[in-house]
Design a protein around this ligand. Structure first.
Ligand code: 9MR
Length: 357
């Protein structure tokens, strides 16, 4: 099963509810026309901080893709193959072939590996669901999973998303999940951070979430949760803001969000950046959407670069080429990433790099 075969995660799709009806835009209904490629420096060379990209093991077979990654980023995040959906087989055993290939690529190319993601409400494999209600046995399996994964990539991991998308959709409290039910709404998070720290004494451990720019209330709950984790002694070392946004995002929104997320003083990871054309409210014409997209790319770069150096953990694109984006499953004409299908830089890449000059 490849990433592209599977249904998209429920999470960020539901931003549609937030935005009202996300219309299929006039310009997005026809097959994507690649905008004229532009010239842009390699992304990493433009930045004074680590630049990352989400990748899938199968893509690494393609030498052109591998070269694009090596030229533009210094960090990779497995897009889905270090999640429970891949690692935990139905019988509860672990599969490490694809994650190992990704880690080997990182080692060979001298890239940082960003582990994603240990605990996610959206994934609770049968291997865990079948465990009996006894807290001890379930708790042991939970710890064992985290120790196995974090321990295996200790030599190459630069960070881990420990808890992903813990805050409720509307920002009112936290999400329910198998983990919350069996181990406690707050306790399962503290435990996950502690187990990850047990497996790797030094790696920065992240809380990661989305819509933090669209929903100030969700951002406030996210920051309160981070403070509560720290107060409970959880080894939280950074905050991830996914930043799946649309081309009509109001100017200033990212600056405000990234600035506030940094207010706790922890390192910040823009962890899954992409800028959707088709999720923008319309109708709008494609050239306008692309201009808006480039503007959002520039604001994201500027807002991140404005953070104190010690807080700029990394800026990660959720893929490099448009054809690889998860958003294509929602609308085949979307084109949210910095490179076109052929791996040529787009206006967004140029604007992102120019904003860092
Ligand atoms: O882009 C990812 C897609 O290929 C996977 O099928 C999906 C489920 O594993 O996850 C997508 O990535 C999500 C990320 O892990 C967490 N934030 C939202 C991302 C987009 O849904």
């Amino acid at each position: 099963m490849s990433g592209a075969d599977r249904p998209a995660a429920a999470g960020p799709l539901s931003r549609r509810t937030v935005l009202g009806s996300a219309l299929a835009l006039a310009g997005c209904e026809r097959p994507a026309q690649s905008a004229a490629p532009v010239s842009a420096p390699p992304l990493q060379s433009a930045a004074g901080f680590p630049v990352g990209a989400a990748i899938q093991a199968a893509q690494l077979q393609d030498p052109a893709f591998a070269a694009l990654v090596a030229a533009n980023v210094s960090q990779i995040t497995p897009e889905w193959e270090m999640k429970m959906e891949y690692v935990v087989a139905d019988d509860g055993t672990f599969r490490f072939d694809a994650p190992d290939r990704i880690a080997a690529f990182a080692r060979t190319r001298g890239l940082r590996l960003f582990g994603h993601t240990l605990v996610w409400y959206a994934q609770s494999p049968p291997g865990f669901e079948r465990l009996d209600e006894g807290r001890v046995r379930f708790a042991d399996a939970y710890r064992n999973y985290i120790l196995a994964l974090v321990g295996r990539y200790r030599d190459v991991a630069a960070g881990w998303d420990v808890v992903n998308e813990a805050v409720a959709e509307d920002g009112e409290g936290w999400r329910d999940s198998l983990w919350a039910q069996r181990l406690g709404a707050f306790e399962h998070m503290v435990l996950a951070f502690r187990h990850a720290r047990e497996a790797d004494a030094a790696v920065p451990l992240f809380l990661n979430d989305y819509n933090l720019e669209y929903l100030p209330k969700k951002r406030a709950t996210f920051l309160k949760l981070a403070e509560r984790l720290l107060a409970a002694g959880a080894p939280l070392g950074g905050l991830g803001t996914q930043t799946h946004v649309a081309a009509d995002l109001a100017p200033g929104t990212l600056r405000t969000a990234i600035g506030e997320i940094a207010s706790l003083g922890l390192p910040v990871h823009v962890s899954e950046f992409d800028v959707s054309l088709s999720r923008a409210r319309g109708p709008r014409r494609r050239p306008e959407l692309e201009a808006g997209q480039a503007r959002v790319y520039a604001e994201a770069a500027e807002a991140f670069a404005a953070l104190p150096a010690a807080q700029r953990f990394a800026f990660t694109f959720w893929g490099l080429r448009d054809k690889d984006s998860w958003l294509k499953r929602e609308n085949g004409a979307d084109a949210p990433l910095p490179f076109d299908d052929q791996g040529r830089p787009k206006a967004g890449a140029a604007a992102w790099a120019a904003a860092l000059r």
